[in-house]
Write a protein that binds this ligand. Structure first.
Ligand code: ADP
Length: 235
């Protein structure tokens, strides 16, 4: 069985259908990019995968042993979050919150997990800095380290490079690719950047008037893939 299977999924707000009859699956080790125009339902779908949005019809099935609390999630950053008055260490540690269970205190285990993930993303030297004083690229690394604290096998990312300059965007994509290739973390990522999506992803889900799900190679050979990636443009 696949890690995640979406079967005849239909998502709606107040009876207004956003996505209908959506079928796709994500296998362990995949790197799936979800692309499509604004308003095509990418974020709504991600919320459904996270159990934050109930389907009108159809279902999201998880492989046995995969729990919601084991999924790391990097949401799109809002302006308010960019101004968050906490230290880098505190922000990363908060990614361990769902491990705490009954006792709301971080133990040595959580502190070690946070440290490992700060080391992993090269931000250990920033641990005592205030989050809101960091650059956009550094903030995204901090949030990625936070998401990794709960990501045992699966990482969901909503536009992780949004607002970053080209160099930091490149760094972010390389980091994510490394987590996928070296650490075998399955990636599901929303992206506007089709050129980067087809460069890094193993599979593409294109939402909109036309739906596409398949390997990146199949996407590049399809009409929709050629239309959207031909000029290296954005969805
Ligand atoms: P995308 O992420 O592809 O830009 P969204 O999933 O954010 O698309 O939105 C899909 C559609 O659902 C849009 O038409 C949007 O206006 C609508 N929508 C999103 N969130 C809500 C909400 N909380 N209540 C009502 N409609 C919503």
């Amino acid at each position: 069985m696949a890690l995640i299977t979406c079967k005849d999924l239909c998502l709606a707000y107040d009876g207004k259908i956003v996505l209908n009859n959506l079928n796709f699956h994500v296998n362990s080790g995949d790197y799936l990019c979800i692309v499509g125009e604004n308003g095509s339902g990418k974020t709504t779908l991600m919320h459904a995968l996270l159990g934050l949005k109930s389907p009108l019809h159809g279902e999201v099935l998880f492989e046995e042993g995969l729990n919601l609390k084991d999924i790391g999630y990097l949401p799109q950053q809002t302006i308010v979050q960019r101004d968050f008055p906490a230290s880098v260490r505190e922000v990363v540690l908060s990614g361990c919150l769902n491990r705490l269970g009954f006792f709301p205190f971080y133990s040595r285990t959580e502190k070690q997990i946070a440290k490992t993930n700060m080391d992993r993303l090269g931000i250990a030297s920033l641990a005592n800095r205030c989050y809101r004083e960091l650059s956009g690229g550094q903030q995204q690394r901090v949030l990625l380290a936070r998401a990794l604290c709960s990501a045992k096998r699966l990482l969901l990312l909503d536009e992780p490079a949004s607002g970053l300059d080209p160099r930091m965007t490149q760094e972010m994509y390389s980091l994510i690719s490394e987590l996928n290739q070296k650490d075998q973390i399955t990636i599901i990522m929303i992206s506007h950047d089709i050129a980067a999506a087809v460069k890094y992803a193993s599979n593409i889900l294109h939402l909109g008037k036309q739906l596409f799900f398949g390997s990146t190679k199949e996407y590049m050979e399809s009409g929709i893939g050629r239309a959207y990636s031909g000029n290296g443009g954005c969805a």
